[in-house]
Design a protein around this ligand. Structure first.
Ligand SMILES: [Zn+2]
Length: 338
């Protein structure tokens, strides 16, 4: 069967995103760095002016050459800002005429394209491939030790995957389908999950500061990770503790760094259940309002503190959506932020 022009256009959009990944060495930078594609930084790398404004009538817009420029609304969450910026970047890279984008751009691969402007179909495909390439799924699945058959069919796992890739839950589900990691039926089942309920389950009785904020479930697999999130996200840290040898995670350092510790519990690891085995320490904490860049926890025997004790480190960029003007990445580039 001949491919429809919309299918061919989608392939073109995805190919343009892949070519840009290669040109800018994005895969290496992402997999050796923060684990997510920095869309705003990429736009800056290409010398395309990018500004954030409180647009009410549009999510984003792209001015065509010779003006060249991208404008993104400040009135949406960070994940939508990132996806919209990737869509506008697609217009710019593929040298489309100007575009004003009014609606949510995370249309899945099965969205009807009939009657749609092909430039919009191409920019959507560019954005999906640029933010959520197959290799990024593989990177996180491998890092976390997840299995496709057992873990990725679980909405709670896919929610955590989406946070690590800096994308919405929905966009992450669509990528699982378009990269043929899961079947249509499996993705349909995932999309029925209510993200609000996933957050509630993770936070026990505690909730993040707002409905669009997130709850991160972090384990030893996340040691060294860089989190991109919101200031009022909740952090749930689950770490094994060699309690029978007298080791304890020094949760006081969370308090010292300004975190509010909401709950701190220990349970015998049932995996496998054996006495004297490690304890699973679970801490739920709210980050400080003043912000924090890094968190270091150490597991110590209180009577013999040494600097070689096991440690758990996180980089935190909980700045939330871009608030206006230049992006944080651009301000860093210009030396306005230290
Ligand atoms: Zn568009």
């Amino acid at each position: 069967m001949a491919r429809s022009s919309a299918d061919a256009t989608r392939l073109e959009g995805a190919a343009a995103a892949k070519a840009l990944h290669t040109e800018l060495d994005v895969r290496r930078r992402v997999t050796e760095g923060a684990g997510l594609v920095d869309v705003f930084e990429t736009i800056g790398d290409l010398g395309i002016p990018l500004m954030f404004k409180p647009l009410t009538s549009a999510l984003g817009l792209c001015l065509p050459a010779p003006l060249r420029g991208i404008l993104i609304t400040t009135r949406r969450g960070l994940h939508i800002q990132r996806f919209t910026a990737a869509h506008e970047l697609g217009h710019a890279v593929m040298e489309h005429r100007g575009s004003i984008d009014l609606e949510i751009l995370e249309r899945g691969p099965l969205a009807p394209s009939k009657g749609r402007d092909l430039q919009e179909v191409a920019a959507d495909a560019f954005a999906a491939e640029f933010v959520l390439p197959r290799w990024l799924y593989r990177h996180h699945i491998r890092n976390q030790g997840w299995s496709v058959a057992n873990d990725l069919v679980n909405p709670a796992t896919v929610y955590q995957l989406s946070l690590r890739m800096g994308a919405s839950y929905n966009a992450t589900c669509w990528g699982l389908l378009s990269h043929q990691i899961l079947s249509r039926g499996e993705v349909d089942a995932l999309r029925k999950a209510q993200v609000a309920k996933l957050k509630t389950a993770l936070g026990d009785e505690f909730k993040p500061g707002s409905s669009w904020s997130d709850v991160w479930r972090l384990t030893e697999k996340d040691n060294g990770a860089q989190l991109l999130g919101n200031p009022d996200d909740l952090i749930r840290i689950e770490l094994k503790e060699a309690a029978s040898a007298g080791y304890q995670w020094q949760i006081e350092s969370l308090v010292g760094a300004g975190f509010e510790v909401l709950s701190d519990s220990s349970a015998v690891s049932r995996d496998p259940l054996h006495y004297g085995g490690p304890i699973l320490r679970t801490v739920i904490a709210r980050p400080p309002v003043s912000g924090v860049d890094e968190l270091v926890l150490r597991e110590r025997q209180p009577w013999s503190p040494t600097i070689e004790d096991p440690s758990f480190t996180l980089g935190l960029a909980l700045n939330g959506p871009e608030a206006g003007g230049l992006s944080l990445a651009e301000r860093r580039r210009r030396g306005a932020l230290t």
